[in-house]
Design a protein around this ligand. Structure first.
Ligand code: FAD
Length: 421
């Protein structure tokens, strides 16, 4: 749906004052969702009218069953296969990417305030921008247009200087730019209120369909198996002679796979999967959204922008921008639906409007630009904003790869992170 651009941005700004009077936390669920394709990508892996039976016969046993075929499941399968494990199966309820991954903005910022995440992100970038293409001959859709963090106060600039130092340890190239240097790099940016910026030239954007297809291709070439249209409906757990609970099998409507090890990569559905095994998965599902603008003259080839103080991001989308952000009053998705595949929520403008002022302040051309489409989907968040990775304490062999707080395009480099039991 196209919106009258100026009207929407102005309407948004005029509504800001009433929004500021809103309660700090909005908590309600919206069961209705749409399945229209308004994501900015040329391809998604959705198949209209496809068969709903499993795409392959289920094996009787597997060394590892990866559950969920989004970014994390595909990354996990690929890394397990690369470690030399061949009897590994990925089960996806619908088609690959059907959950959150298909509509992600795909931004990859390499610098984050945690050395583990920095290392994983650098590894992810290496896999997506180079390794996969070398291995399969397929381009994943990686676009390296750089990333720019905005500091509009001294504390933020100090934080970015520390990030630059951290990045140096891991070989990540970055530069602190003055406002004038930032203007040279990004002429459409308002730099009047800036202390400086942190520029990371090798940041970029991943394409979800291209990345997951290539990961699946590389994994199956190494002997792993991907089975779509196959929901997991139960996890069998046994108690061994030492009274330790261990994963025994994975149940589906099409048969049971005996396995000592599962990896729960089911995104916002991970809590439900955990319940099947008696494992607590402490994450919450929330709506997260961005809007895609009409064409902006002069925006081509600009880096992606993250303004942490305004809590917005501006992602280059060809000759337009995707504008998204994180709200202090997010919408929680309390009733996580199993029927949600290649689906989106209707955008709640009352919640999203708070991002408009920050976005227009940073790139004033936005005020004169229309909005082409809106993308609002589910994403999982954790209390400390850190992902849930590793073996669950309750059940041996039940691993988590979820709760990535909008940073989940991370590769799960199991060879570095975990020792599978
Ligand atoms: C609007 C939006 C923009 C975003 N932008 C960015 C961004 O710029 N950068 C970034 O890093 N992150 C971003 N994110 C977050 C990122 O997209 C997600 O964190 C990531 O895609 C989640 O991947 P996943 O594999 O964990 O989950 P999903 O993609 O949701 O995959 C989980 C899969 O599990 C399947 N499943 C569920 N239950 C079962 C079952 N019982 N049996 C079998 N399969 C099952 C589902 O069908 C689904 O395909 C964004 C999120 C949103 C909503």
């Amino acid at each position: 749906m196209a919106f009258a651009g100026v009207a929407v941005w102005r309407l948004a700004r005029s509504a800001l004052s009433s929004l500021r009077r809103s309660p700090p936390c909005r908590r309600y669920s919206t069961p209705e969702h749409t399945t229209r394709k308004s994501v900015p990508y040329e391809t998604t892996l959705k198949q209209e009218g496809g068969s709903s039976s499993p795409t392959k016969a289920l094996p009787k046993t597997a060394d590892v069953v990866v559950i969920g075929g989004g970014s994390l499941g595909c990354q996990t399968l690929y890394h397990l296969a690369k470690m030399g494990m061949t009897n590994v199966v990925l089960l996806e309820r619908d088609r690959l990417t059907a959950g959150t991954t298909w509509h992600t903005a795909g931004l990859l910022w390499q610098l984050r305030p945690s050395d583990v995440e920095v290392e994983l992100l650098a590894h992810t970038r290496q896999v997506v921008s180079a390794d996969l293409e070398q291995e399969t001959g397929l381009h994943t859709g990686w676009i390296q247009n750089g990333g720019l963090f905005i500091a509009s106060n001294k504390q933020r600039l100090d934080e970015y200087k520390r990030l630059m130092s951290l990045g140096k340890v891991y070989g990540i190239e970055s530069y602190v730019l003055s406002p004038a240097e930032t203007k040279d790099l990004y002429p459409l940016m308002n730099v009047d209120d800036l202390y400086g910026t942190l520029y990371v030239p090798k940041d970029g954007t991943m394409d979800p369909a291209g990345t997951c297809t290539t990961l699946a291709r590389a994994s199956t070439a190494r002997g792993a198996m991907v089975i779509e249209n196959c929901p997991v409906t139960g996890i069998q757990v046994r108690t061994d002679d030492m009274s330790i609970k261990r994963v025994k099998a994975v149940e589906t409507p099409y048969g049971t796979i005996e396995t000592p090890c599962v990896v729960n990569c089911t995104g916002v559905w991970a809590e439900k999967l955990g319940q099947m095994a008696g494992v607590n998965v402490p994450l919450v599902a929330m709506h997260h959204a961005y809007v895609v603008t009409e064409r902006i003259e002069g925006i081509q080839n600009m880096p992606n922008v993250r303004d942490h103080d305004a809590s917005v991001y501006l992602r280059l989308q060809g000759d337009a921008l995707s504008v998204g952000g994180y709200e202090p009053n997010p919408i929680f998705w309390d009733e996580v639906s199993d029927k949600f595949a290649f689906s989106l929520f209707d955008l709640d403008w009352d919640v999203f409007m708070q991002h408009i002022e920050g976005a227009v302040n940073r790139v004033p051309a936005l005020e004169r630009t229309g909005i082409k489409s809106t993308v609002c989907g589910p994403e999982s968040f954790t209390a400390d904003h850190k992902p849930l990775m590793g073996e669950a304490p309750e059940v041996r062999g039940f691993f988590l790869g979820c709760g990535f707080n909008s940073c989940s395009l991370l590769a799960l480099a199991w060879d570095k992170m975990l020792y599978l039991s």
